[in-house]
Write a protein that binds this ligand. Structure first.
Ligand code: F6R
Length: 607
């Protein structure tokens, strides 16, 4: 959450580079954006704008930045203080000499602020961040790193801080704890960013900073202090195959990423499943299979938590291993019983989610086996886990997770097959699933051809204020995932429910204005779902049925979206695509920004 970006390089380039960097970091928060540039004559310019980076761009369009070689910029996801210009970063110290940008939360900011106010400091904002720059100025002893060392001793919480000094345009300095930060080295410039991918194309190599690092960079030197000593961090070479995601012909990233799913489902299994010999390949899983795992706990948040719930279904059904799935925010503070025969799986698209990361660290400290299912290589969770499966979905720009979700589920399916073949999974079932996986990309491509038909049904319901998403067994998880998507994309209230549970209370909500989506591929629970649909209909409710083409009960539903169902284990991959398009079209027809829904950010680095 929040993106920080710093540039130190060519005269006249700072504002342009910072704005471009902010555009690439905008997924981290888009409540407001701001920048500060400094030149060799000690001029600074701080410009801030509420809203997206484009508002800042418009504000800076006619300004002359030709003398500025150094700059910092910030995209904000508001924590402390409303979405106002006064609360936008950067924040400036009392004298105007130091300027800061911050990603994180300073938990003891109120105490520090009171202390500074007692010393006659005045504050311009309601933010926790402003305290850091005021306190830095108050403590400044002429040396950035020694002052920073003392500053971090005073702050509790999470931070990625980058400072600029009006009196020295040749230097940027700062520190980080829990919030991600990289230093990037280009031919003519140096960069600091919350995300390595924002620097692709600009740099040759980079350093991922560790918690507690205090850095100082100039155009020809850099220094990192860790626990008072000079740290020798590895400079990693940029992977040239990584590209900045581009929209192409799509109107937004969400739709593009939905349509990328056939391809990412090929990528996630490539080299892992040999479809001709029905063999599975993974050195990591070969090691996991030797550990004698008897229980698994999955820890994740949001959509990644839902993929864990589908993982539970696969691991229990196919590998016969009992699984608990816990949301990271709860897991972190609950009592843990870490044993040597248990595997802890941490799932995260971004690899940054703070509660998932902290939970992982706690289990690791207690000697547990940890395993990551992560999309972003080099991210904090992938590094801390040390072993796991990358989901290979590529950069996911849309804030609502789509293609990352299906690849997470694919990783769980692969893991369940791998452990299942060791634990006596029926070979016919094993082959049937592998055959099904080989056809999955094609099946999803075919389903995507129904986009227009799904749009037409979805738009009929776009003005409903409430929805039930109903299903049974693993289809209930799909219901949960897409209830979440409807809320975050369309800002419409919805609830996921086991269709069988409805009559135990919640059916009281049903009336003609409260539609239900029933997700059902036609298995043994199909007649039960049909009964629940009848009960809703009898009370004047409408049921939209996401249904296998061959189902004969279509007359009882208000609307149907039909699909060619696969075997039970693989239908979630199809159902989720239908519901992605459903939520997308409802949100789009209501004029929502599907790539950047309100109040959200793509990576959650604060508690
Ligand atoms: C919803 C969504 C979020 C994330 C959650 C965890 O569409 O994307 O619910 O799944 O914030 O994020 P990661 O997977 O990055 O740990």
């Amino acid at each position: 959450m929040c993106g920080v970006f710093g540039y130190l390089g060519q005269s006249g380039q700072a504002a342009r580079e910072v704005l471009a960097g902010l555009q690439r970091l905008e997924y981290r928060g888009y409540d407001s954006a701001g920048l500060c540039v400094v030149d060799a004559d000690h001029h600074t310019r701080v410009i801030r704008a509420v809203g997206k980076v484009n508002n800042l761009r418009v504000k800076t369009d006619s300004m002359d930045f030709s003398s500025f070689s150094t700059g910092i910029g910030h995209t904000r996801w508001a924590t402390h203080g409303g979405i106002t210009e006064a609360n936008c970063h950067p924040h400036t110290s009392q004298s105007g000499r130091f300027v800061v940008i911050h990603n994180g939360i300073i938990e003891n900011y109120a105490d520090l602020k009171a202390e500074l106010i007692a010393k006659w400091y005045t504050f311009q904002s309601e933010t926790d961040t402003e305290v850091t720059v005021q306190l830095f100025e108050d403590m400044f002893d002429g040396d950035y790193q020694s002052t920073m060392t003392r500053l971090v001793q005073r702050m509790h919480g999470a931070y990625g801080l980058v400072f600029i000094d009006r009196d020295n345009s040749w230097v940027l300095f700062g520190t980080k704890k829990w919030s991600p930060m990289v230093l990037g080295f280009g031919t003519d410039a140096r960069y600091i960013s919350s995300d390595y991918r924002s620097l692709i194309g600009l740099i040759d190599d980079y350093i991922i900073l560790e918690d507690g690092d205090i850095f100082q960079i100039t155009s020809d030197n850099y220094q990192i202090l860790s626990e008072g000593h000079l740290a020798d961090r590895t400079r990693q070479i940029v992977d040239e195959s990584e590209k900045i995601a581009e929209l192409g012909d799509f109107p937004n990233f969400m739709l593009k990423e939905v349509f990328e799913q056939p391809r990412v489902l090929e990528d996630v299994f490539r080299g892992r499943i040999d479809f001709s010999s029905y063999s599975l390949h993974s050195d990591t899983l070969a090691h996991i299979a030797t550990l004698g795992i008897k229980r698994i706990t999955v820890v994740a948040s949001g959509t990644s938590y839902h993929s864990g719930l589908l993982g539970k279904y696969y691991l229990e059904e196919l590998a016969g291993i009992p699984v608990d799935v816990v949301v990271s925010t709860e897991f972190k503070y609950k009592k843990k019983f870490v044993t040597p025969d248990e595997l802890y799986i941490f799932v995260s698209q971004s690899g940054e989610t703070i509660d998932t990361l902290d939970s992982l660290k706690i289990v690791k400290e207690q000697g547990g086996h940890v395993f990551g299912i992560v999309n972003v290589p080099g991210s904090a969770i992938s590094r801390a886990a040390g072993q796991g499966l990358f989901t290979r979905a590529g950069t996911e720009v849309g804030v609502a997770s789509t293609k990352a979700f299906v690849t997470q589920v694919a990783c769980f399916l692969f893991l369940a097959l791998y452990l299942g073949q060791k634990n006596g999974l029926d070979y016919r079932k094993y082959r049937e699933i592998i055959d099904g996986i080989s056809k999955l990309p094609e099946a999803i491509s075919t389903l995507l051809l129904q986009n227009e038909a799904i749009k037409q049904v979805a738009e009929k319901y776009a003005h409903s204020h409430n929805f039930f998403y109903l299903g049974r067994a693993h289809e209930l998880v799909i219901a949960m995932e897409w209830s979440l998507k409807l809320k975050e994309l369309a800002y419409i209230h919805s609830e996921a429910y086991s269709s069988g549970e409805l009559k135990h209370g919640s059916i009281a909500l049903i009336d003609a204005e409260f539609p239900s989506l029933m997700i059902n591929w036609g298995g043994i629970l199909s007649p039960k779902n049909a009964s629940s649909a009848e009960e809703i209909r009898a009370r004047g409710g409408k049921v939209v049925w996401i249904i296998a083409k061959w189902d004969t009960n279509k007359h009882i539903y208000a609307d149907t979206i039909e699909f060619d169902s696969l075997i039970s284990e693989l239908n979630p991959f199809l159902e989720v695509v239908i519901l992605q398009l459903w939520a997308y079209h409802i949100a789009n027809s209501l004029g929502r920004d599907v790539d950047k829904p309100r109040n959200l950010a793509k990576s959650v680095t604060v508690e």
